[in-house]
Design a binder for this molecule. Structure first.
Ligand code: GCB
Length: 576
């Protein structure tokens, strides 16, 4: 949901920063002013901006002064944080405003700003990783650190701004838009009960549809209708329309907008259907990771990632392993790229499945993610978790409750989670919970080192077994790949070389595309990315088809050619 009409002030730029010296009472005074240790850029992770901060995990304080022009006086001001990793607490002019837990969803706090004089905004950020964080872990390094394989960055890593509204405002907006132009929008307001709520749909400034939403209950307004003259949203044709909601009390009290797309996506008879046509997902798992910026993917790099995905003939990706920034997903909406939106529930274990409080926390994270991104045409499916220990009986009720939470919040999209039980030689007990089965394979990398013949045989056996047990469910391959250090070569192909990665990916794609029930092929990963240090990573996880600076390895050519052929209707499922 975007806001600009009543005023918005970005707070990106340089912020004062200091690590918490620890000890009793260290919090006191910081929210009234403190000596800065570094001047850091926001948005960005703190870690790579200054070498001394690379491995800092713990509490850090950020401060920023800003002045709100007198012209805004009389409006209500809100501080909007698009993402702070991991816990945030916020003070304005020495007054505590509130906090938020979770690094990848946005939050908003009402801010009693002073007009025409300096405001001091102080944010306490704590990225201490615990077994109860989402995602969980115990520290920064090695196998015993994070329960996940990406670097645990910290800081204010997504944009911050002040937004202004009148006495009534939009809290939540849920839009369903079909390929034939049918539209339903539900608006939940906060503050004073508005007099009127208007919804309109614009095509490059031209009004295609407008109407007053009817009051359904206190604060809730809905409108339903047919928008004429639209073209459906499709793969590679991300036709978006601006849906605007104007809330009036005596005068305009709030105005928000979203870019929506008219499209239908469903899973029927084991198939994925977009606008009634069968599609096969071709693409990657990605990460929001870039040198120096850390977990913030600057806009030019977002553009580069999509340009490279297009060159590689990809039509989709998964937001492994957390919901991505608005900028990234806005780009997917505009480019016509299909997205599996994944929650940051990575590496869940037995201890989590038994923990009711943790389950509630996970549900809260899922609900924040869905409320934030549910109006995006690009998002076709939700992944509630990556590689939980789903061979355990206890995983089943836990994952079922997560899936049902998602379905009750948004019944329009299928639910999946990615499974690697077969890699551990175990049966996945929870696959029945998912509408679509997602499998990760690493034979020929973590098992059967260097033996691609045997690896492909094993993948085939594992895959056939899952299909035999769930013959009616579509299967996505959400991960497979091999590490390759760019510039390392060998003939015959050996592990860690570009040739081995290219060969493994090529053989895997040939196998998957020969199976009619495999409805998606996602390579791990689009790019090399930063991980905790350990003996099994060469500074980075090297499974990118592109380097961390987005240059191609040998595998890129293979992928472009294979995906290109599948896109044109090769294999069994067709994407027109
Ligand atoms: C996986 C994980 C992913 C890792 C990948 C790897 O199964 O889902 O987060 O990065 O394997 O490279 O080991």
């Amino acid at each position: 949901m975007k806001r600009e009409r009543l005023g918005v002030m970005p707070l990106n730029g340089f912020w004062e920063f200091r690590r918490d010296p620890g000890g009793v009472g260290s919090e006191e005074g910081f929210y009234e002013g403190f000596e800065s240790e570094y001047l850091l850029a926001v948005p960005a992770s703190w870690n790579e901006q200054v070498p001394e901060l690379m491995n800092y995990m713990g509490i850090a304080w950020y401060a920023r002064r800003f002045t709100v022009p007198k012209a805004f006086e009389g409006l209500r001001a809100w501080l909007v944080f698009e993402g702070v990793n991991y816990r945030a607490e916020v003070w304005l002019n020495g007054r505590y405003l509130g906090g938020h837990e979770g690094g990848f969803t946005s939050f908003r706090l009402e801010a009693p700003v002073e007009y025409d004089s300096e405001n001091l905004l102080v944010v306490k950020v704590d990225n201490t990783l615990t077994p109860k964080s989402v995602p969980p872990g115990r520290g920064l390094h090695g196998f015993e650190g994070p329960y996940f394989d990406f670097f645990h960055y910290g800081g204010i890593h997504r944009p911050v701004r002040v937004e202004f509204t009148g006495p009534s405002w939009v809290e939540e907006l849920a839009v369903t838009a079909h390929a034939d132009g049918r539209l339903r929008a539900v608006v939940r307001t906060g503050g004073e009960e508005p007099d009127r709520v208007y919804v309109k749909v614009l095509d490059e400034g031209k009004v295609l549809y407008s109407g007053e939403a009817a009051r359904e209950e206190r604060g809730v307004y809905a409108i339903e209708g047919l928008v004429r003259g639209i073209k459906p949203w499709d793969i590679g044709r991300g036709r978006v329309y601006k849906l605007v909601v104007d809330v009036y009390t005596e005068s305009l009290a709030d105005s928000v907008y979203e870019y929506i797309g008219f499209r239908d996506f469903e899973v029927r008879s084991g198939k994925l259907l977009l606008n009634g046509r069968e599609v096969r997902l071709l693409g990657f798992g990605r990460h929001q990771d870039f040198p120096v910026f850390g977990r913030y993917l600057p806009e030019p790099v977002v553009v580069r990632d999509y340009a490279m995905m297009a060159k590689l003939n990809a039509n989709s990706f998964r937001t492994s392993h957390y919901p991505y920034s608005s900028a990234d997903l806005d780009y997917a909406d505009r480019m016509g790229v299909l997205v599996i939106l994944e929650a940051p529930l990575v590496g869940l274990r037995e201890e989590h499945f038994r923990d009711r409080e943790y389950l509630e926390k996970c549900k809260r994270v899922l609900s924040e993610m869905i409320r934030e991104h549910r109006n995006r045409p690009s998002v076709i499916m939700y992944s509630v978790a990556n590689e939980p220990q789903s061979w355990l009986d206890e995983a089943v009720p836990f994952l079922k409750e997560l899936a049902n939470t998602v379905r009750s919040l948004d019944p329009t999209r299928p639910v999946t989670f990615t499974s690697h039980a077969h890699m551990a030689g175990r049966d996945d007990k929870a696959l029945g919970v998912a509408d679509v089965i997602s499998l990760n394979f690493y034979h020929g990398w973590y098992t059967l080192h260097g033996d691609l013949e045997a690896a492909i045989r094993r993948v085939n056996e594992d895959l056939e077994e899952v299909h035999r047990r769930y013959p009616n469910k579509p299967i996505l391959i959400t991960e497979f790949g091999a590490g390759a250090v760019a510039g390392l070569h060998s003939d015959p192909p050996e592990m860690w070389t570009e040739e081995y990665q290219a060969e493994l990916i090529s053989r895997y794609i040939d196998l998957f595309s020969s199976k009619g029930y495999v409805k998606g092929i996602h390579i791990w990963n689009l790019v090399d990315f930063k991980t905790p240090q350990s003996h099994w990573r060469v500074v980075l996880n090297r499974k990118g088809v592109l380097t961390r600076t987005r240059q191609p390895k040998l595998a890129a050519r293979v992928v472009a050619e294979k995906f290109g052929r599948l896109k044109m209707g090769g294999g069994t499922a067709e994407e027109a």
